[in-house]
Design a protein around this ligand. Structure first.
Ligand code: DX5
Ligand code: ZN
Length: 233
């Protein structure tokens, strides 16, 4: 399984955004994670398509993974893809037709992702697996960086990995986002996650490249394609 590390731009110094984007690119990270918030789906505002376009202009080769925390993500899919999103993720709890949203993303030729809040059961995601390239588990309540990792999400990761493997979707990428550091990333890898979003932990490092390599190595070593205890799904 391809293990990937994605720094979240939300934790960057917004006064030096261009330099921070270059820092992510130079770190050898697999992608840049961009958190889009509407102050309605989550109690915070972040930034919009112009920042995605900025990232594309500054570092065209850096993959742009866009996480839409919007009540109506369906109305903004095209704008973010036009701005340069390489993957677009929508929430299963959003106020739109999730099937149509995922299909609209795929029709544009970019990766389609589905996200769940910590409280949403894993089974709510199962029907959508065939339409997804990646599924993201929030491991904090979405809206802010710097929160503590929620361990109760771990069984959901294992449940989805098991479900996907048993249905012939063993290559599904499973991502985690929120409170991720070396230790919590390793726990998620042991439960079947292979993509790791980290904001404050990576941006506070003096040497982001070393931290990205270390997190990737730890997660490669700990990744479990068949998490234990869930064979009877
Ligand atoms: C939270 C965002 C996360 C956030 C993670 O709503 O989706 O991507 O930036 O930040 P940390 O890693 O600081 O928890
Ligand atoms: Zn995110």
């Amino acid at each position: 399984m391809n293990v990937q590390v994605l720094p979240s731009l939300l934790a960057a110094d917004f006064g030096r955004l261009a330099e921070e984007i270059r820092r992510v690119s130079d770190s050898g990270a697999d992608a840049l994670h961009l958190d889009i918030m509407d102050a309605h789906f989550v109690p915070n505002l972040s930034f919009g398509p112009d920042v995605v376009a900025l990232a594309k202009r500054i570092c065209p080769a850096l993959f742009r993974n866009v996480h839409l925390m919007l009540t109506r993500p369906d109305l903004y899919i095209d704008r973010f893809i036009d701005a340069g999103a390489d993957a677009v993720q929508i929430h299963v709890e959003a106020d739109c037709d999730v099937w149509q949203g995922l299909a609209a993303i795929r029709r544009r030729g970019v990766r389609a992702g589905l996200v769940s809040r910590p409280q949403t059961p894993a089974a709510a995601l199962f029907p959508y697996v065939p339409l997804c390239d990646e599924i993201l588990f929030m491991t904090v309540n979405p809206g802010y960086g710097g929160q503590a990792f929620m361990r109760e999400v771990l069984p959901k990761i294992a449940a989805l990995r098991t479900y996907a493997r048993q249905r012939g979707f063993g290559a599904l990428d499973i991502m985690v986002d929120g409170g991720i550091n070396d230790e919590t990333a390793a726990l998620c890898a042991e439960h079947g996650a292979n993509q790791f979003v980290a904001g404050s932990f990576l941006f506070k490092q003096a040497d982001m490249a070393a931290a990205v390599s270390r997190m990737r190595a730890v997660c490669e070593a700990r990744f479990a394609p068949c998490p234990p205890g869930l064979d009877a799904l």
